[in-house]
Design a protein around this ligand. Structure first.
Ligand code: IVH
Length: 673
């Protein structure tokens, strides 16, 4: 055994240097470029050899060794680090007109009239950090802190494989001191997987990817950070006086060449209109990105111009954050009501002091179920954070505990149905309480409303209020009764004039021609949404076959699981359901046969490639694609229409990027379907 002082022979030294470079090269291919070129096993062999040499000659180990990315000792507390150049914040705008004003100020400041060239990129919602490279070596990494002073988190940052430990010799020589700035993020897919792991280990899950990134980074034990899927995206350097780097776009090209990850949606654009187009493009793309962004950062590209413009207090005059309409807002919880859905599920609903979120006023938000209510421990009078993202129902994501007044009481779950008063039950293994009384007025109303909804029989004018009136007035008991309504009956209702009654009757009349998928969806079977309804109608083709099918046959339809299959079979076996279908037919509903959707499906003629780790085996997705008429092939080519891409994709992702092929994550794929 060699002692620490042992000098290795030159061949070992050369091998060691070569190994370090080789491993970092593969780290870069894997963690920065998403295109690994060797197998995990081959990588492990290189790493094992490196560790072997280091064990034999501890004196050799340098801070840029890939082995130092893990294994540092936990610290008691983070030491403060003063940033040599302050880390500024950004002015914010939310409207195109405000951005236009920013652009006018830039032009005034530069005494120019022609269009300004901007570098535009997504504003990542993570944690800002600074990485200091001295003579090309990564020596110090810190959080942004208050902009002047941050915390020293070097050992933690060292564990992040997308951070280069060493710059190229050329860069080391040209820039003996280089401070790179950027954002640490956690991808959404990684976040979901991490939370699954934490839950399995009975550790509290993280609230969102941003908290996931922040929490993982600020661990006193770097070994915890090392186990977390974090990424570093570079967005700039600390000063604009580096020779040869004269603009933001050149900075980004330089950083990319040095092995940093830079955002794939960087764009150099001229003028206000082009910036606005880019903003809208990314806003549309946003749901499909695998990381959270909260706006775009727009920077005057030229560094001389940046210098001329300077800064006001703590924000530069040459950059601005154009934020997307906020998806989160704080408001007061004024009460909790319990609503009963069409399947009897009892859902707690937060009654909020009205607040604007993402462009609309929100006064109700779901609290999901009893478990969520306990997890949030929300109390009436609390300040809560409400989220409204896309088409999703607004929900309460967090209680702001620091704003909780004293003496608030816990919310208790009801023991009886708020609509019919019968006892409610929570079936084993389910998160939801249900009212088991099928004649419960709230359920009957909700079923009627669902029946008439856009994706169902599409009866315009039949909203929740009218549904309630029809049921309260005993005009309708099951949806089939709609087809026997007369104008005289309708005119007995409050606020019902001749015109409105006629329009409603016409809409009901039109709905008699609805196709089979709509009818199946409208019935409101537990677990059957529009997609499943289409699959069922496509598979069976006729209502008779569907109604008499066994659960076992439905299970064979790709996309229909055993639980839903059983729920459908039980539904159609019910006497009241059969009676209602018969009454619909008597009332004039046509129940037309349905041309098999498979083949004529939504994905007909589309070619897919699947890569990366998905939440279910690949075959599941293959079945879905083929069930909808699409095709799955093994490699990406010009004829590929979509790449369905899970976590840790390999070279296929890079190739698809290169060929400009549509890349879908799982959510995007399901939406497409
Ligand atoms: S540039 C003076 N670019 O936004 C320029 N910042 O208020 C300062 N951020 O916490 C930053 N993505 O970490 C820039 N592409 C991006 C960014 C970005 C996210 C964060 C940054 C800081 C905040 C600035």
């Amino acid at each position: 055994m060699a002692s620490p002082g042992n000098k290795p022979d030159p061949s070992v030294l050369a091998e060691y240097e070569k190994l370090k470079a080789e491993i970092e090269h593969h780290n870069r291919l894997y963690y920065v470029e998403d295109k690994p070129s060797i197998s995990d096993a081959a990588y492990d062999r290189l790493f094992d050899r490196l560790l072997e040499i280091e064990e034999q000659y501890p004196g050799l180990v340098t801070p840029d060794s890939p082995s130092r990315r893990v294994g540092a000792k936990p610290s008691k507390k983070f030491a403060p680090v003063a940033h040599r150049v302050p880390m500024l914040s950004l002015q914010k705008v939310t409207q195109a007109e405000e951005f236009a004003e920013f652009d006018r100020r830039v032009k005034t400041g530069l005494e120019r009239e022609d269009d300004i060239t901007y570098l535009v990129e997504p504003k990542l919602d993570g944690l800002a950090v600074e990485l200091v490279y001295e003579k090309g070596l990564f020596v110090l990494g810190s959080t942004r802190g208050d902009g002047a002073t941050g915390e020293n988190i070097t050992p933690n940052l060292r564990t992040i494989r997308s951070i280069p430990l060493r710059l190229s010799p050329k860069a080391a020589k040209a820039y003996p001191l280089l401070e790179v700035r950027g954002e640490i993020i956690m991808r959404r897919s990684d976040f979901v997987r991490l939370n699954q792991q934490l839950i399995a280990q009975e550790i509290a899950p993280l609230a969102n990817p941003r908290n996931g990134a922040a929490g993982s980074l600020r661990q006193l034990d770097p070994n915890v950070t090392a186990g977390r899927p974090l990424l570093f995206y570079a967005y700039g350097v600390s000063d604009y006086t580096l020779s040869g780097i004269t603009s933001q776009s050149r900075t980004m090209a330089f950083l990319k060449a040095e092995g940093f990850r830079v955002n794939e949606h960087l764009a150099e654009v001229r003028g206000v209109a082009a910036v606005a187009r880019e903003f809208e493009r990314i806003d549309r793309l946003r749901p499909d990105l695998d990381y959270d962004i909260d706006g775009m950062v727009i920077k005057v590209d030229d560094f001389t111009d940046q210098q001329t413009l300077g800064q006001i207090s703590r924000a530069p005059r040459w950059a601005v954050a154009w934020k997307f309409a906020a998806e989160l807002a704080e408001t007061i919880l004024e009460g909790v009501e319990f609503s009963v859905g069409r399947t009897g599920v009892v859902t707690p609903v937060a009654k909020l002091k009205p607040v604007g979120v993402a462009g609309v006023t929100v006064s109700n938000a779901t609290l999901h179920n009893e478990d969520e209510l306990h997890r949030l421990d929300v109390r009436i009078g609390d300040t809560v954070v409400v989220r409204r993202a896309g088409d999703v129902i607004p929900d309460v994501v967090e209680v702001v505990l620091s704003k909780r007044p004293k003496g608030l009481r816990k919310v208790t779950y009801p023991t009886s149905c708020p609509s019919c008063g019968r006892p409610i039950a929570r079936p084993e293994g389910e998160a939801a309480y249900r009212c088991l009384n099928p004649a419960c007025p709230a359920q009957v109303e909700a079923r009627l409303f669902h029946f008439a909804s856009k994706g169902g029989m599409d009866i315009e004018g039949l909203g929740d209020k009218l549904a309630r009136q029809l049921i309260a007035g005993n005009l309708v008991i099951t949806p089939a009764d709609l087809y026997f309504l007369t104008k005289e009956q309708l005119l007995t209702l409050d606020l019902m004039a001749d015109k409105r009654a006629q329009n409603l009757l016409d809409a009901i009349d039109r709905s008699k021609q609805s196709d089979l998928p709509r009818i199946v969806f409208a019935l409101g079977i537990d677990g059957v949404g529009e997609a499943a309804a289409k699959l069922l109608a496509g598979h069976f083709g006729s209502p008779e076959k569907l109604v008499s099918a066994e659960a076992a046959e439905m299970e064979n339809i790709p996309g229909i699981g055993p639980v839903i299959a059983r729920s459908i079979a039980e539904f159609f076996a019910r006497n009241d359901v059969r009676a209602m279908l018969e009454r619909m037919r008597q009332g004039g509903v046509l129940f037309p046969d349905y041309e098999s959707a498979a083949g004529a499906g939504t994905l007909k003629g589309k070619t897919f490639v699947i890569t990366g780790t998905l939440s279910k085996p690949r075959n599941h997705f293959k079945n879905l694609i083929e069930g909808a008429g699409g095709k799955v092939t093994g490699s990406v080519s010009k004829t590929t229409d979509y790449l369905l891409c899970g976590a840790d994709p390999g070279s296929k992702r890079a190739r698809a990027d290169k060929l400009g092929i549509n890349i879908l994550d799982e959510d995007g794929f399901l939406r497409l379907l």
